[in-house]
Design a protein around this ligand. Structure first.
Ligand code: ADP
Ligand code: MG
Length: 299
């Protein structure tokens, strides 16, 4: 049996100190209470992480916490939103020690400070199964300015922040607040979670356009270039996922690059939007590179 305090002591000791926003009511009520902000739209997103799928049982708990938060914050960033706060639902294996949870809460605390968000509420249960957690994040945009996936138009350029293929968990893009700088610039955007090519395919689907990506223009880290130097390596990077960079389309190349410069993050043009359907990768001769699996799918 573990050395864990009761559910309520656990919430009071570990989670209440993270509920810094008055809207969280110190985690002493059934709900959190967010005042409606005039002139703003409220954006809400959930991402779930399961042990054995998104992280391994032995991974450092503070890093798991950071990932749980960041995968959600990158969804908000991709929509041009400023993050407000988050809710956390967690099912903890009965055998998990208290020290694990302490370290997990420390990871949340570090990222809360980094990204200016507060815990607002959640739920805590015990489980016989693997550790599972779900974060629901809330963000604001000025009314009507959310960047959709559906706005890409033929003639737009295709861009991506940072580098692709290193499973970076988007730290730089979140700290730079690139997403907010893309409001009014990006015609469509999303965060790269399944794989660059698969995710651009999502934009192509809902925008009803064809996206062509120039393989050798995909920005990759020096480490990755050395690890996977050939074209096969580019395909792997473009389909690996877990990047949490922002991929977007924009009508003005100048405005796209300037948004990156203002936010202090690299933005690279990697392709173009045309008429048709789907997202494809081409080599420098313009030949389509066959891709078996454009990204990760759970089932
Ligand atoms: P309920 O019985 O309605 O599920 P709980 O006793 O589970 O309420 O929760 C009490 C308070 O603690 C609520 O404000 C809830 O949002 C908060 N809470 C519970 N678990 C968590 C958690 N993992 N993270 C943040 N807040 C939590
Ligand atoms: Mg509960």
């Amino acid at each position: 049996v573990s050395d864990r305090p009761s559910e309520f002591a656990l919430i009071a000791r570990l989670f209440a100190p993270l509920a810094v926003d008055p809207a969280a009511l110190g985690l002493t009520d059934d709900v959190c209470l967010l005042k409606h902000q005039a002139g703003c739209d409220l954006l809400v997103t959930t991402d779930m992480l399961t042990e054995g799928v998104h992280f391994l049982a032995g991974d450092p708990p503070n890093l798991i916490a950071g990932k749980a938060l960041r995968v959600n914050l990158s969804d908000l960033a991709a929509k041009g939103a400023k993050p407000v706060g988050y809710l956390l639902a967690i099912a903890v294996p009965r055998s998990r020690e208290y020290a694990w949870l302490e370290c997990f809460a420390r990871g949340l605390s570090d990222d809360q400070e980094r990204f200016g968000v507060s815990l607002l509420g959640g739920d805590t249960t015990a489980t016989e199964g693997p550790l599972t957690l779900s974060v629901t994040a809330l963000g604001h945009v000025p009314a009507g300015t959310m960047i959709r996936r559906s706005g890409a138009r033929p003639g737009d350029g295709v861009y991506v922040s940072g580098t692709i293929g290193d499973a970076g968990a988007g730290l730089a893009v979140l700290q730079s607040r690139l997403g907010e700088a893309l409001r009014g610039v990006a015609t469509a955007a999303l965060d790269v979670s399944d794989g660059l090519l698969a995710d651009l395919g999502h934009i192509a689907d809902v925008s009803k356009v064809r996206i062509t990506v120039q393989a050798d223009s995909i920005p990759r880290s020096d480490v990755l270039r050395r690890l996977w130097p050939d074209q096969d390596g580019i395909v792997r990077a473009a389909t690996a996922g877990d990047d949490y960079e922002i991929a977007f389309t924009a009508a003005s190349e100048g405005a796209a690059i300037e948004a990156g410069r203002k936010a202090g993050i690299a933005v690279t043009r990697i392709g173009w939007v045309g008429a048709g359907l789907g997202a494809v990768l081409v080599d420098s001769a313009g030949q389509e590179i066959p891709v078996k699996q454009p990204g990760f799918v759970h089932f």
